[in-house]
Design a protein around this ligand. Sequence first.
Ligand code: CA
Length: 319
Amino acid sequence: MSMKMILDLDTGIDDTLAIMYALASTECELIGITATYGNVLMEQSVKNSLDILDFFGRSDVPVFLGEPHALATDGFEVLDISAFIHGVNGIGEQEIPASSRTADPRSAVDFIIEAAHSYGDQLVYVPTGPLTNLAHALRRDPSIAQKMGKVVLMGGALTTHGNVNAWTEANISQDPDAANEVFRSGVKATMVGLDVTLQTLLTIKETAEWDALGTPQAHFLAQMTNFYIKAYETTAPHLGGCGLHDPLAVAVAIDPTLVDTLALNMCVDVEGPTRGRTIGDPERINVDPKDMQVAVGVDTSRFLAELMSRTNALLKSLA
Ligand code: CA
């Protein structure tokens, strides 16, 4: 039976690359995109996902309104650094036709719960922003932790520094409380964090390959990603490209053999100066089997080859 995938996105540039990877992959059916906040406001994430899906000929995929802010706050504002990296509109200031669709009438939280019950083991939930929507779903129906197949999340850092501060990664830092609830819920999860995503890089060599296909979609993808690469030249010049954070999570959801993992029961520090740190759960250190796999190694060349062959095939199918 084929995998049913939900992407939970704060639709910025690498989220868009995650959509591309999912649409290009015959191993999974993208059954919906739930919107979160982070790179952009939740409402902008809905708009970007709808516009992108329609532009790539997939107006059959529904998009759901998610929670607009963290569990412990009553609002959210986009950080200046997010606008610098993803553009104010989240897609590198590129213009694509506006979708005529609106969000599905069901909420993201309702859809996640419904999908967990309908699809069980077949369901793979791939969040690439804060974990607020899933935390709300687990509060409302804790049974989904055992029902759903797995969560493959982009977020956290175990063996390397964070990117917000020494111990905190950006997605987790947006809502450490939600992440802690998810990590300790018993749901089977794979953490695809900075440990591996900063090893997977895209450069202008690859975006030029897209651009050479000469279609509006190819041009959009290339120009949008070049904006991201340019931001990385300022924020992380030592890397020599842009981090493929979100598409790597999709790729690992489809093919777990792309990464080496450590089996651990994880938690997120929510108190004190290390708030937002992803680490082994001291209270469950002796609980077996472990419910999380933390990616600590990645086959970078195989992933990049998969990303390029899949995206090129998708772009050519639209030509
Ligand atoms: Ca994201």
